[in-house]
Design a protein around this ligand. Structure first.
Ligand SMILES: [Zn+2]
Length: 403
């Protein structure tokens, strides 16, 4: 069996689900376990400075093998898997997919109807779960591709390269992967997260994101004698919702269209709390969406007499702003893909990435593919060829960067 598949099978057999309810870093011990295995493997490969820091982050350097100084590239993947489902995949199935529905077990199948894109991998060797766990290709395929690329470069010293930095981060799936990342210590000029989906994905645009909390203090009196007195805070919450653009909701938007999501509402006549999230790729529209919320609250406070408070907190920003001054790193990835016969698929992410936050922390960091599909659940699968291509792409980027 290929080394990369062996590695992948080893990594996915460790349960590294992150846990939002934990306050430690990493949030779960499985991530420490995988991290320390990777440190050993990196040292065995000859990356002597490989370490796991006190927060569970793994860092290592593949030292330059040339005299010329070239920009230092980093490659980053995350150790954790989604908390949504058991992450200890000890029975992956590896087979050539001949078409049709893929029966995972008695209960679950990857059907052509639900997942029409499986026709893209007919005739290819794929890895699926046995239906009881997630696969963990997100992001252990990324880790496997990076490790495989390092091994290849070490076995092929004739390929000249500059310093290459490796970072494996904990707790990406619960939004903390960038929190304690040591950008200064990492010492890379730019990096790529290897955390995307199907072959060709190259992403450097993501949402701007904010969360909104609105509290409404109503006035509750006996409904029989409520005339001109009662203020029903739930109805005011409904009024707020009705003042937002009807079509700018997740269920009606795609591509570059942003949205407001009514995420949570709880209350009674006396008191209601509503939580929204705001998302938009365009910085101006993002700011306007926040401003619109403030105007709605101002209007209703005039109408009902200062009974509504609003808090808006930014979560993350579109990395495009930080990548655009360095478009050569997108060109480098694109050119490397084309040389490998891969069509680059450049599309905006309708979410955030650790790379987006790292970009704002001073490390420009677009995202490249791992080759996987259907992340975060039992229907996850990956063609082995795609994982190998991700590894080859990493090598190619490193090689082209040195030219
Ligand atoms: Zn991921």
């Amino acid at each position: 069996m290929d080394r990369i598949i062996e590695r992948f099978k080893k990594y996915i057999s460790i349960d590294t689900r992150s846990d939002e309810n934990s306050n430690t870093s990493p949030s779960t011990p499985g991530q420490l376990e995988l991290g320390s295995i990777l440190v050993e493997e990196l040292k065995d490969l000859g990356l002597e400075d490989a370490i796991q820091d006190e927060n569970g982050y793994v860092y290592a350097t593949l030292k330059s093998n040339m005299d010329k100084r070239v920009p230092t590239i980093g490659f980053i993947s995350h150790l954790d898997t989604s908390p949504d489902l058991d992450g200890k995949c000890i029975n992956p199935r590896i087979f050539i997919y001949e078409g049709g529905d893929i029966k995972l077990n008695e209960q679950y199948s990857i059907t052509e109807k639900e997942f029409p894109f499986i026709k893209d991998v007919v005739g290819k060797e794929i890895i699926t779960t046995d239906g009881t766990t997630l696969l963990g290709a997100d992001d252990k395929a990324g880790i496997s591709a990076i490790m495989d690329a390092l091994e290849y470069l070490i076995k092929h010293p004739e390929i000249k390269h500059g310093d290459v930095k490796i970072g494996f981060t904990p707790d990406e799936e619960i939004g903390r992967g960038a929190d304690l990342f040591d950008v200064n210590g990492f010492h890379a000029d730019f990096a790529y997260t290897v955390d995307g989906g199907p072959i060709g994905e190259l992403e450097y645009e993501n949402f701007n994101a904010a969360s909104v909390k609105i509290e409404i203090q109503g006035k509750n009196v006996h409904p029989g004698t409520a005339k001109n007195i009662m203020i029903n805070s739930i109805r005011i919450a409904m009024e707020i919702e009705s003042m937002l653009p009807v079509n700018e909701k997740p269920e009606y938007t795609e591509g570059y269209e942003g949205f407001y999501l009514l995420d949570e509402i709880s209350g009674n006549v006396d008191h209601t709390v509503i939580n929204y999230i705001i998302r938009d790729h365009c910085n101006k529209i993002f700011e306007k969406k926040k401003e619109d919320f403030r105007k709605i609250v101002e209007f209703l406070n005039d109408k009902y007499g200062n009974i509504i408070t609003i808090e808006i907190e930014d979560s993350y920003y579109n990395m495009k702003e930080k990548i655009q001054p360095h478009m050569e790193i997108i060109e480098l990835a694109k050119r490397s893909m084309i040389e490998l016969g891969i069509d680059p698929i450049i599309q905006p992410i309708r979410g955030g990435t650790d790379g987006a936050r790292l970009s704002y922390m001073g490390l420009p960091c677009p995202n490249i593919f791992t080759g996987g599909y259907n992340f975060h659940g039992r229907f996850e699968f990956i063609p082995t060829e795609s994982m190998k291509l991700a590894s080859q792409l990493i090598v190619k980027i490193i090689e082209n960067n040195a030219k």
